[in-house]
Design a protein. Structure first.
Length: 573
């Protein structure tokens, strides 16, 4: 085996000198070079502790006899940016971290990489970078924070704020919740995008078994980091590169587990980006086919009752894989060098599935409280449904697990070109039962595709509107979103998608039985499908694309070159 670092050092005789200037020895320069790539920084609780945690990765690398270097490109926090213009940077920030990781690994001549991250865009960025670089790589998920007062998590602050705006909650109660909602480091404790991507990193074989969603205060997280540092040298020696792990079977397993758990809809953007990077087939039709037959079995917030830091105590991701075994392709390879079936067999022999639930007894819970049997699930079908129709010819995403039972909804369009205007209309009581909020020009090529969490919480926390309205957008939602919220409408309005042609008062129909999202009439009269198609075509001739919101800087580059959400929202390839 010829090390990349050795080849590059022969081409660049100054490399050793500069490494030794950083404290490396001659022995170090002759070993395999391992990049410890983190998103450590003071950006938010999910990254604050990663610098310290990376020292445990370093310990493992040293033990294995390899050389190491720490590089970092920190992320932004969706929660801090939420509801402001800062949220426009959220999805584009993923691309910055992908490119930074690519630059660090390629310009630094590293033979293998340990990625350490844990949140909404950082972990997907590292997964995409791992696929792009195709080197021996391991992901260490950064763990989950503790629960707040009365089991609350960060998404409860949005609910409480909406209640305060309506006069249902006093300032003191709101302030207590706000101060205690994030009581430790780690990713948010509800099953949002961060937790979903931690889970999927393990499902797809990038992270070692039982390493995702570890409560961040436990020593187990440090042990997982050390183990990854030890294992990366073996991966380099074995030549086990990412293309042997991220295969069509790995992607399939991710979609099955996502369907069964009610994971964040944002994960579909990230999986699409990974698939595009790897040249692996990915389609919305594939998602519908899987969700139609895989049951929804995970009882975690926001779709269920428990916080996601409880899942590790139940046996973690392997316990989910064990339950979902009839639907999975367990011969898929993982970073252990073994298949998922072999990993599960080892854990079974170790008594893992028998012993781990003893942690749950501390909380008065059982495994079956969190993970229901596939024979008696929460819902007989998966959490996600892709809708098509004359409003979304290329698809739109709905998280059915996070809403009340509904098979059809018809309402009057209330059209907004900015989510801020729609949110204020909700707060001021200008939205009524039967309304369909249409928020457009919030897609990747318009504003960077910001989340619309406060809007969905303002609706979902209002008993009058929660089950009587619907939201449709070419933007996206937080993993904490609840209710009938349809996002990722494609093509987006900025590119002349039909959502751009909807008008105030139009009749919009959502039909889950037929997976349809359609313009069904005007304010004056219903329309046949042919009439609706003709009307949209007529309106398209009168439409002019708005001026681009961003023409300079990072957002100018991103919005000019972004792929559609259905293809991952990355920069054009």
């Amino acid at each position: 085996m010829t090390l990349l670092s050795k080849t590059r050092r022969e081409q660049s005789p100054e490399a050793d000198s500069l490494r030794m200037g950083c404290g490396w020895s001659r022995r170090d320069t002759d070993q395999a070079w391992v990049l410890i790539e983190t998103t450590a920084g003071d950006s938010h609780p999910g990254s604050k502790h990663l610098g310290e945690l990376s020292k445990y990765v370093e310990k493992g690398v040293i033990t294995s006899g390899a050389a190491h270097a720490h590089y970092t490109c920190t992320d932004i926090c969706d929660g801090i940016a939420q509801g402001t213009a800062g949220m426009d940077y959220s999805l584009p920030s993923r691309e910055v971290m992908v490119m930074a990781s690519e630059m660090h690994a390629n310009a630094g001549h590293f033979d293998g990489i340990v990625f350490l991250s844990g949140c909404d865009k950082s972990l997907p960025a590292h997964l995409i970078a791992a696929v792009r670089l195709n080197r021996p790589s391991i992901v260490v998920p950064g763990g989950v924070m503790d629960s707040g007062p009365d089991g609350s998590t960060l998404e409860g602050v949005g609910t409480a704020y909406a209640q305060k705006r309506r006069g249902e909650l006093d300032e003191a109660a709101f302030e207590f919740l706000r101060q205690g909602a994030c009581p430790s480091t780690g990713s948010c404790a509800f099953f949002g995008t961060a937790a979903t991507m931690q889970m999927l990193s393990e499902v797809m074989g990038f992270a070692q078994p039982v390493s995702a969603l570890i409560p961040s205060h436990l020593n187990a997280l440090k042990q997982a980091a050390t183990s990854a540092g030890e294992r990366i040298s073996e991966l380099i020696q074995e030549g086990l590169t990412v293309d042997k792990i991220f295969t069509p079977d790995a992607l399939y397993n991710a979609l099955v587990v996502h369907a069964a758990t009610g994971g964040s809809t944002n994960a579909l953007i990230h999986l699409a980006a990974m698939a595009l990077e790897a040249g692996i087939p990915f389609s919305y039709e594939m998602i519908n086919e899987i969700n139609a037959r895989v049951p929804f079995i995970l009882n975690l917030k926001p779709s269920g009752k428990f916080n996601c830091n409880m899942l590790w105590y139940a046996g973690g991701i392997p316990r989910l894989m064990k339950e979902l075994a009839p639907f999975l392709r367990l011969d898929a390879l993982t970073v252990t060098g073994l298949s998922w079936q072999e990993n599960l067999d080892i854990l079974e022999r170790m008594g893992h599935f028998e012993n781990m639930p003893r942690f749950l007894s501390n909380y008065g819970a059982t495994v079956r409280d969190l993970i229901l049997p596939i024979e008696s699930p929460i819902r007989p079908r998966g959490a996600i449904q892709i809708l098509f129709g004359n409003i979304a010819p290329e698809g739109a995403v709905l998280k059915v697990s996070a809403m009340k039972e509904m098979t059809e909804f018809t309402g009057k369009a209330r059209v907004f070109n900015r989510q801020a205007d729609a949110l204020e209309a909700v707060y001021q009581g200008k939205i009524n039962p039967g309304d369909v909020l249409v928020i457009r020009y919030e897609g990747p090529r318009a504003t960077g595709m910001p989340e619309q969490f406060y809007l969905t919480e303002a609706i979902a926390s209002n008993p009058l509107l929660a089950t009587s309205t619907c939201l449709i957008t070419d933007g996206r939602f937080s993993g904490a979103t609840r209710g009938p919220a349809i996002g990722h409408v494609s093509p987006e309005a900025q590119d002349g998608g039909p959502i751009a042609f909807l008008q105030e008062g139009d009749q919009i129909t959502v039909n889950l039985t037929s997976s349809r999202l359609d313009l069904a009439g005007t304010a004056e009269s219903p329309l046949s499908p042919n009439q609706a198609a003709a009307l949209l075509k007529e309106r398209a001739t009168l439409w002019e694309p708005p001026k681009r919101k961003y023409t300079q800087g990072m957002l100018g580059i991103y919005t000019k070159n972004a792929q559609p959400a259905s293809r991952g929202g990355g920069l054009s390839q």
